[in-house]
Design a protein around this ligand. Structure first.
Ligand SMILES: [Fe+2]
Length: 386
């Protein structure tokens, strides 16, 4: 039982959650003593009107600010370098990450490189950030990555066609301003894929070999919220209650996995993202049920707990585990996630995907151990489902 393990728990990010919470941004800059913040975002947010909403708020409060809108969907090492350079040039004393996980992860990386120098690659791994980073305020506009409250960032290494992560309490946002209204304009497909990312965080965080009780509690409530609200949010983007439920589900899933780990689903997803630039949430969603099938016998009770959190009824944990896998697949199908085969990846590429997945540090956290041949088998099973 996880309750018999020793663990430590830290949540260095203060959370300001609620409809309209974004109005507190100028006040939060004041708390940090910031006079020259830099907004880190992407071109989609810039053209959606969300950036204008935030800059109007800052102008109204008399705040000077800069904007870096060069973040790519799977944030790359060169995005981090450019963002850090922009922050250094502008003399930025705070970064405001406005966007999905990509903008927030890029800002986390830049917050280190701008102060410590070098390349983001130098800081990959666990607690390798040697000193202070620029203070960061996260403002999520999607409900999935949960990066607004985690102390990790995932960056794409273009040369190696792979993703790597850095984990350090020093890159945790000081404040996360979580305003469901900022997610209202998210298109249905992105709502679906990011929402399935959140569900993956919760299920992998709950079943990872290093799971701990506080994160477990967050994970199960995350599963409840996502299974209750994802269909509604994907179907009607203007449903504020569903958006709030998803934003909280995402946040709780992130609290879970950042205190335990993700596992094989993310290992495959990050390989696919690094090699083919596929959207992270879609990669997770297509892999989640099949990896759950693979791991099922090693976490029957926990999968039954997932089933209970989804509101399913069953008469034994064995039945519950199967029902949970089926319900996750049904949810993914209902919100329009395509099958793995839609990626059009040739089977000859599977060995490289399997190798990279196995090399991912989180592979060891999967509840059922797996090697390269197991990843190959999972990929073949995924590919056979049309
Ligand atoms: Fe994720």
């Amino acid at each position: 039982m996880d309750i018999m393990k020793n663990f430590s728990f830290i949540l260095p990010t203060r959370i300001e959650f609620g409809v309209g919470a974004i109005v507190c941004l100028p006040k939060e800059l004041g708390v940090l003593g910031s006079r020259k913040p830099l907004i880190v975002t992407d071109s989609g947010i810039a053209s959606s009107g969300l950036l204008a909403k935030v800059t109007a708020l800052l102008k109204g409060a008399g705040c000077e600010y800069g904007v870096f809108d060069g973040v790519a969907p799977n944030p790359r090492d060169d995005n981090v370098g450019s963002c850090a350079e922009a922050a250094r040039t502008a003399g930025s004393d705070c970064l405001i990450a406005l966007g999905g996980g990509s903008s927030i992860d890029c800002a986390k990386g830049a917050s280190v490189v701008a102060v410590q120098g070098g390349s983001i690659w130098d800081y990959r791994g666990v607690e390798r950030v040697p000193g202070a980073a620029i203070p960061l305020i996260s403002v999520p506009t999607t409900a999935g990555s949960g990066s607004e409250v985690t102390f990790s960032a995932v960056i794409t290494d273009r040369a190696r066609r792979t993703k790597f992560s850095l984990r350090s309490v020093k890159i945790a946002p000081r404040v996360a301003i979580c305003d469901p209204e900022l997610t209202l304009t998210m298109p249905g497909a992105i709502t679906a894929s990011t929402g399935m990312d959140a569900l993956t965080h919760a299920i992998e965080g709950y079943t990872a070999t290093c799971a701990e009780p506080i994160g477990n509690a967050a994970a199960l409530h995350s599963v409840t919220l996502v299974s209750k609200f994802l269909r509604r949010a994907a179907e009607d983007g203007s449903d504020v209650e569903a958006r709030a439920g998803m934003l909280m589900g995402s946040l709780l899933g992130a609290i879970s996995f950042s205190h335990s780990d993700v596992a094989a689903v993310h290992c495959i997803a990050e390989s696919l993202g690094g090699m083919y630039d596929k959207p992270h949430g879609v990669c997770n969603a297509v892999c989640l049920p099949e990896v759950m099938n693979y791991s099922r016998d090693f976490c029957v009770r926990k999968y039954a707990d997932v089933g209970r959190a989804m509101g399913l009824s069953f008469s034994s944990d064995e039945q519950g585990a199967d029902a949970a896998v089926a319900a996750v697949r049904e949810l993914s199908d209902d919100v329009g996630i395509p099958p793995f085969s839609a990626f059009g990846i040739a089977e000859s590429e599977f060995p490289e995907i399997a190798e990279k997945s196995f090399e991912n540090l989180s592979s060891a956290s999967n509840p059922r151990p797996l090697g390269v041949t197991d990843y190959m088998e999972i990929l073949r099973r995924l590919d056979s489902r049309r």
